[in-house]
Design a binder for this molecule. Structure first.
Ligand SMILES: N[C@@H](CCC(=O)N[C@@H](CS)C(=O)NCC(=O)O)C(=O)O
Length: 211
């Protein structure tokens, strides 16, 4: 069975898990809890992914796939059921543009988390946190304006990634109140949250493995 290096705390892992569930592959991949600490590169993980990041997928034939985008592409090719995550043509460009927005939001949230919760207090930058907050708000405003497009087209990698990113804001940045003043986006996310794939992959703070 393929092995997915996994954590229930990671939004990029959740993106990959959502794709596996949507494509009917969740039971065909074994998950392995792996602690990828941004402050301490993981020696074992770097043997297969030099960037020491999760999700990383080890296939049975020895190939290793990363990052979440590539794993989602693999799921879309491999899975026999569920929505087409990467459509062809113009629809595909829109889907992947929205995927980029969702992962871009996470690329703001993760360093923000490291800045405020992991770095020694004396090294934390108030200026960088202000930049992260500005980008989060502008991305959420963009999404509010864009919500009718999300409602209008079939579920794809854009919906999956934006939904995962907003759910991560609920998990780690609840105080930022992304729903305030953004009713269309909030309504769209409520529908997203009811999907079985989303229900099956909730974030949680599990005990960290020692190895
Ligand atoms: N672009 C990657 C980002 C993956 C990523 O940054 N994952 C985090 C966990 S949420 C990680 O492994 N961090 C460890 C590190 O940065 O060293 C993806 O989409 O999969």
């Amino acid at each position: 069975m393929p092995i997915l290096h996994w954590s229930p705390r990671s939004p990029y892992v959740r993106k990959a898990m959502l794709a596996l569930h949507e494509k009917g592959l969740a039971d065909r991949v074994k998950i392995l809890r792996t602690h990828a600490d941004p402050m301490i590169p993981h020696e074992g993980l770097m043997e297969i992914n030099p960037l020491s990041k999760i999700p990383t997928l080890e296939l049975e034939d020895g190939r290793v796939l990363f990052d979440s985008h590539v794993i989602c592409r693999w799921a879309d090719q491999e899975g026999g059921s569920g929505p087409r995550l990467f459509p062809e043509g113009a629809a595909g460009l829109e889907a992947e543009r929205d995927e980029a927005l969702g992962t871009g939001l996470l690329d703001v949230a993760l360093p923000w988390l490291v800045e405020t919760r992991m770095r020694p207090e004396a090294q934390r930058s108030v200026e960088m946190v202000a930049v992260y907050r500005t980008k989060l708000r502008r991305a959420a405003d963009w999404l509010e304006a864009h919500a009718p497009r999300l409602e209008a087209r079939p579920f794809d990698i854009g919906h999956l990634t934006i939904g995962a990113a907003l759910s991560y804001l609920d998990f780690r940045f609840d105080a930022e109140g992304w729903r305030e003043g953004r009713p269309k986006l909030a309504a769209w996310h409520a529908g997203f949250s009811a999907r079985p794939s989303v229900q099956a992959t909730a974030f949680r703070d599990d005990p960290r493995p020692t190895g």
